[in-house]
Design a protein around this ligand. Structure first.
Ligand code: DOR
Length: 442
């Protein structure tokens, strides 16, 4: 008989939104699962992690991450993306299928699952909606699900063709999988490289209007409703689209949504940057684009109200050459796993969001949005007894300046470099294993 592997996280403020717990408690882990949560647990045989002064949260769950493997390993690999996740406090990440080739068959999904087996966090694959993400022909949605896909998406692009989107929702209703839609009508966004507004006009850059997002959100609410399927709005960024999602949810429709840390924190002003030499900052080029102050306020309000169930990073790592170029030619995307918690916690420290709600939207909120806590993943996103021992320790008062050169991600592309933020991930435990320990520096 092999000895049990025990760990005790001692003396932290345990916040577990799934059960409403907020108290100074210990957490016992046995063989990779939560065994007990209580006061002054005995530790005769266990390794002890001192969490005094730290918040003890369930491990964070990210519904939206771009790992670049297969095909663009110079931007990120599954291993480096998982290390970045661990450092960012994430213990489960969902991998978008816009790899090369796209994750559009059971075999490509399975390859990612196998490659992720020993990674520093759990990687759940998302399958493509259309073959090659070309928007013309549906994938074998049932076989993607059977291979482990937890949702389907052509993210990077919307499923633009109305008839194909309609058919996808009809199949997905039977399969009980969400369609995670990139809400951008290409007929309206044209080739806009930033938000259409005062800043795009001043910089002379082509803008994409807010209505490009609203058009697909309204269409997908209608199509999902008619089919009895679930529409999940990826990286929702505009006030109008959030209002449409709020209305649909109030009518009881199967509609869920996520917002990104960058859309909660930065406006299109960030595109203009603050450099004396450069007119713009390509690290602020992202799709959907950074919007107006009113849109930021709407994102925060929708998150606080629960209209939006998840903070998702849309972690989109790129190589330096993809960003060191003209704005038009630069890649869309922000590397986000290692700044997500500091951004969200900074909003908490400014009184914009409660700490419990912030943690909820990064743990059980996303898990419930996609029904992830089934089978082996029962209890995911919580610290309930029997749940996977995924635990994140947070130093909520630590202030630091963002320096992507310190990150694990190969993608250093962030418009937050040099920003002073409050909140650090002190340590991350994934399935009972300590995968990040930054307690010295937190
Ligand atoms: O900015 C973005 N980058 N938006 C997307 O939808 C795709 C992503 C990427 O894959 O780089």
């Amino acid at each position: 008989m092999t000895a049990e592997r025990q760990l005790i996280v001692r003396g932290g403020r345990v916040i577990d939104p799934a059960s409403g717990t907020d108290a100074l408690l210990d957490v016992r882990v046995v063989d990779g699962r939560i065994a007990e949560v209580g006061a002054a647990l005995s530790n005769a045989t266990a390794e002890v992690i001192d969490a005094t002064g730290l918040v003890v949260s369930p491990g964070f769950v990210d519904l939206h991450v771009h790992l670049r493997e297969p095909g663009q390993e110079h931007k990120e690999t599954i291993a480096s993306g998982a290390r970045a996740a661990a450092r960012g406090g994430f213990t489960t990440i969902c991998a978008m299928p816009n790899t090369l080739p796209a994750m559009d068959t059971a075999a490509t999904i399975d390859a990612v699952v196998q490659r992720a087996r020993n990674a520093d966090c759990r990687v759940l694959p998302i399958g493509a909606v259309t073959v090659g993400r070309r928007g013309q022909e549906l994938t074998e949605l049932a076989s993607l699900r059977d291979a482990g896909a937890v949702a389907v998406s052509d993210d990077g692009d919307a499923v633009a063709d109305n008839a194909i989107a309609r058919r996808a929702y009809e199949y997905l209703a039977d399969l009980d999988l969400p369609l995670a839609e990139h809400c951008e009508d290409p007929g309206l966004s044209q080739s806009g490289v930033m938000h259409e507004g005062a800043v795009s006009a001043r910089l002379g850059l082509r803008g994409q209007p807010a209505q490009a997002e609203l058009a697909i959100v309204q269409r997908d609410i209608a199509l999902a409703d008619a089919a009895g399927a679930q529409f999940h709005g990826c990286h929702i960024s505009t006030e109008a689209a959030l209002a449409a999602i709020g209305d649909a949810r109030a009518r009881g429709l199967r509609v869920t949504a996520e917002v990104t840390p960058h859309h909660l924190f930065l406006s299109h002003d960030a595109v203009a940057g603050d450099s004396a030499e450069l007119l713009y900052d390509t690290n602020a080029k992202v799709n959907p684009p950074l919007r107006t102050d009113a849109d930021i306020e709407a994102c925060i309000a929708a998150l606080a109200a629960g209209v939006v169930q998840a903070v998702a990073t849309d972690h989109a790592p790129h190589a330096a050459v993809d960003k060191c170029c003209e704005f038009d030619r630069a890649a869309f995307g922000i590397s986000g796993l290692e700044s997500a918690w500091p951004v969200v916690n900074t909003l908490v420290s400014r009184g914009r969001l409660s700490l419990a709600d912030a943690i909820e939207r990064m743990t059980i909120g996303p898990v419930r949005a996609w029904n992830l806590d089934t089978g082996d993943l029962r209890g995911l996103g919580s610290l309930g007894v029997g749940a996977p021992a995924d635990i994140t320790l947070l130093a909520t008062d630590a202030s630091f300046t963002v320096d992507p050169e310190q990150w694990e991600s190969a993608g250093k592309n962030t418009p937050l470099a040099g920003h002073l933020l409050t909140g650090a991930v002190a340590a991350t435990i994934s399935q009972g294993r300590i995968v990040w320990d930054g307690r010295e520096s937190a």
